[in-house]
Design a protein around this ligand. Structure first.
Ligand code: DX5
Ligand code: ZN
Length: 213
């Protein structure tokens, strides 16, 4: 299991130090939540802040866009060379075109599903992405309660991936902690995002290890 701490719950007054600390504590990826105040009712980090995060990080970035004009945001952040860019399919009419735009930049494309969005919508795109991110809270804020129906959804997605894209990575984001991590692993998850659970602790390596089930 790979662990991607979400810096949404980091101390923004000491962001570089917090990013370095979770990298040193064993994070595999740094999860960066970009919100535009339209797709979700919150705003977070512009490209200048994420550039500072990229400079401090010794692990690759995993950028999660919760935004409306996805191609515009790809152009703003592409030079930071994240490992992944993920975008919500609820927002995009031309999903294949956006996947290709991300891949053309040498970045691994991923799509995101809100808790109520069915896995069946992925049938004809799952083979074209490197990762699917399943939200286990409604996006916009850290510290929300895990929605357990994502467990069945993860199993359903793993079955679809076995048929159409066996190397697909499944990432889960929202309310992840040491209680649900084993259930998520059993359901077929590969990467767990955790914000408040990691940054709410004073021992980052202990909490990261507790998720590595
Ligand atoms: C929510 C974000 C998450 C958030 C998770 O919209 O996508 O990445 O930071 O935070 P926790 O782990 O506290 O639910
Ligand atoms: Zn996220």
């Amino acid at each position: 299991m790979k662990i991607a701490p979400s810096i949404l719950s980091a101390d923004f007054g000491n962001l570089a130090e917090d990013v370095k600390a979770v990298c040193d504590a064993g994070a595999d990826l740094i999860h960066v939540d970009v919100m535009d105040g339209h797709f979700v009712p919150n705003m977070t980090m512009g490209p200048m802040i994420v550039k500072a995060v990229a400079k401090a990080a010794t692990k690759p970035l995993d950028i999660h866009f919760m935004v409306e004009d996805i191609p515009f945001f790809i152009d703003l952040y592409k030079d930071l060379k994240p490992e992944f860019i993920s975008f919500h399919i609820e927002e995009e009419k031309h999903i294949n075109r956006v996947i290709q735009k991300i891949r053309n930049e040498g970045i691994r494309p991923a799509v995101v599903l809100n808790p109520a969005t069915p896995v069946s919508l992925l049938e004809y795109i799952v083979a074209d992405v490197d990762m699917v991110l399943l939200m286990s809270v409604n996006p916009g804020f850290g510290g929300q309660k895990f929605i357990p129906s994502v467990l069945d959804k993860t199993k359903e997605l793993r079955e679809l991936a076995e048929k159409k894209n066996p190397s697909l990575l499944i990432e889960i984001d929202g309310g992840v902690n040491d209680k649900n991590a084993p259930l998520l692993k059993e359901a077929g998850a590969d990467i767990l995002v955790a914000g408040s659970y990691v940054f709410g602790s004073d021992d980052y390596s202990k909490v990261i290890n507790s998720l590595r089930v």
